[in-house]
Structures are given as structure tokens and as C-alpha cells.
Design a protein around this ligand. Sequence first.
Ligand code: HAM
Length: 410
Amino acid sequence: MADVLSPESGRFAALVARFAEHAHRAGYGLVITPVVEDYGLFTRVGESTDIVRKEMYDFETKGGDHVALRPEGTAPVMRAYLEHRPTTPWKAWYVAPNFRYEQPQAGRYRLHHQVGAEAIGSDDPDLDVEVIALIARFYEDVGLRTTRLRLNSLGDATCRPAYREQLIAFLRERSDQLCGEHKERFEDNPLRVLDCKKLPCIEATKEAPHQVDALCVPCTEHFARVKDGLDALGIAYTLQPRLVRGLDYYTRTTFEFESGALQESQAQVAIGGGGRYDGLAAALGGSPTPGIGFGAGVERILLACDAEGVLPAPEHHPQLDVFVIDTTGGDAARDTVDALRRAGIAADRSFDDRSFKAQMKQALRSGARYAVTIEEERTELRTLIEKGEPEVLDRDPSTLVEHVRKRLSE
Ligand code: HAM
């Protein structure tokens, strides 16, 4: 789990702000859910997944409740939907910390943050297209150019059971060829074997049947409309029949975005993923309600930005307009920064009555464009970044602020 300090946190905040802009532009409102949920919420949606079985931070509260730190954002949002019943389609976005007790490595952390969006209450395939377009346009806008979209359909309650049986039969014949973990344990979640990164499983499942070839008619039509929509919007994708995803609730459309730039540096390449979860509401005890969404890892997107040389961290954050230097005792600095800040100008100062030289050093380090220097004999405005002669300033805060404001707008 990492701390994020300024100026890097400035980049983090900028990325989230950019995402918020895209989400708001598409009619998604911010949802904030608690970081702690009832443990059962997650076991009900992911009993056979690593995220839930092995990676949860769960504990008992003083009152005896079994709770867990959120490992992912979709189940909490669906819980909130079922509790509050907003009108549908309910379009919500979030930025939230998630906790998974994983083996940490480049791009995989025990605490990560996701920006994400969920659209609940419609099974219209055009909503799938909207959701995928939302995240794709966001990556584009951030400047990422090597992003690849992998797309699949996992079917629904009509066609999944038959496919599942077909896959189990296929795996049973080859169970001795599977990796250690899946040899014993493939019947409760056979699809997961297709997602296994170990060589024995990859080899043994080369000829495995794919869900996408065994879809029922409504799922086939749904998927066709999604693909047509993506084509119409010029959003490129590759069909990935083995794409399973790490959570149990997915139905129909599933997708993942990978960064081509990260592959080379051996980091985790998935910078976002999601899909439909038309059975999730019912699994949580609500009335059947379809939904689709995605989550995208902020830390991984920033790694991808580093790899592609886009969205660099600012040199200074927050970016100051003015640094106030006061050698007259501090009253003037106190009043001037307040006046500047009230006028919307970013201003800082030094404390502890330091020498002019020490304060100037701090001003230069701060990245501010201007210094206001207040000395017994004169008050001046000096440029810190460009070259320029000092200008004499009126010491009266409101006149001073007007003068500074004029300079800043030039
Ligand atoms: P997920 O694929 O588990 O899906 O996570 C979404 C994204 O979060 C990943 O693509 C990755 O960018 C980032 N991520 C996941 N785990 C880590 C980690 N340990 N360290 C750093 N980044 C990580 C979900 O969580 C679903 N709730 C997404 C969703 C929303 N599906 C439907 N709606």
C-alpha cells in the first residue's frame, strides 16, 4: 500500500478530474459508498474467485459483524441501488480505494484505486456500447495511444449452463494435464481454467469450446448489436473468446482494456475492465435488474502514461501564482495572502520570520510565477520564472491584488 504525495498526487487528481468530466458529460452522477461492507455481499457475488476466496481484508467488528474492506466497486454500487431504488437507468460513477491481499508486483498492489461507472436498469446493447465508449474516449483524451480493447460475450442464464457442462466434460477428459490448482478444482468454476496463466492449463485448453460459439439467440443478437455499435463509433476491438474476467457476476458482454506500452515493462497490462452483470441484483436478493459497468485502475493508468510519456506529473503541485515575501514582521504577509486567495489567486508565504534570502529561496523552490516582496522601504512584484524588472506595488492589499491580477491575466 503506497502513499501518494504531491506533486504525483496532483497527477492522480488530474486524472480523476478528467474521468469525472467524461462521466458527467455522459450523464453519470457520483456515487460514494462505504469502504466497509458486509462480508456476505462479496461472498454472494464471487464465491469461486480469488478476489473473494483468498484476497479479502475481512474482520469482525466490536459488535460481532463480519465485514470486509471493499475489494471491488460493483457489488457495493448494486447494493446501494437495491437499497435506494433510484430511477432507472441509474448511471453512477465512482473513484474509490479497493483492497486485495495480492502478491504485490509492478502494477499490482494491495491497495489500488479505481475510477469506474455502472449503468443499472437496462439491458439495451447500446448501453454496453455507451459504457465501453466512455472508458475508451477517456483513455484517448488522456493521450494513451497503445490501448487495446478485448471483447467477449459470456452468455446468460439460458445458454451458460449448457456451455458450462460442455466445458466441464472437456476438462474432465484432460484433468490430469491441468495445473496443480485446477486439477482438483475446476468443476465449481470451469471458466476460470480458460483464464489460467499456467502453461499446463494453456496447453490443455487449446481446443476448449468457447462460450461465444454457444450463445443462445438473444445473446447472439445482443452481442452483434454491441459489435455493430463499436464499429459505428470507430472503437477497435479484438474478439477474445477466452476472456473470462476475475469476478463471477459477469453475463453477456465482457471486456478488458490493455496497455500495449506496459507489456514491454512486464507490469500488469489490464488498465480497465468490466461487463454486464444481469444476474447480480437477483444474486443479492433484489428483483432481477440488468446492469453494466467497468472499473479502471488509476495506478495502472498512470504507469501506462509513464510508459507512453503522456500526462507527466506536474513539477509543482499545487501550482502557485504568487509567493509573498515579508521582512516587516509578518502582518503584511498574513493580510496579503488572505486578500490574494480571496481574489482567487493561489498564494503562499513563508513563516518563522526568516531572512529575505531564505524566503526568496523558498519562493523560487515553490514554482510560483511571481513574488510579492514586502520590505520596510518598498513593496515590489518580481517575476520568478521569466526575466523582468521589479514593479513597485502599493502595499494596500486591495490595490495590490488588482495589480497582481492584471499581471497574471497578461
Ligand atoms: P477488475 O478487473 O478486478 O474488475 O479491476 C478493474 C481494474 O482495476 C483492472 O483492470 C486494473 O486496472 C485495476 N486493478 C485491479 N486489481 C488491481 C491491483 N491489485 N493493483 C492495481 N490495479 C488493480 C473489477 O473490479 C470490476 N468491479 C469492474 C467492473 C465494474 N465490472 C463491472 N463494473
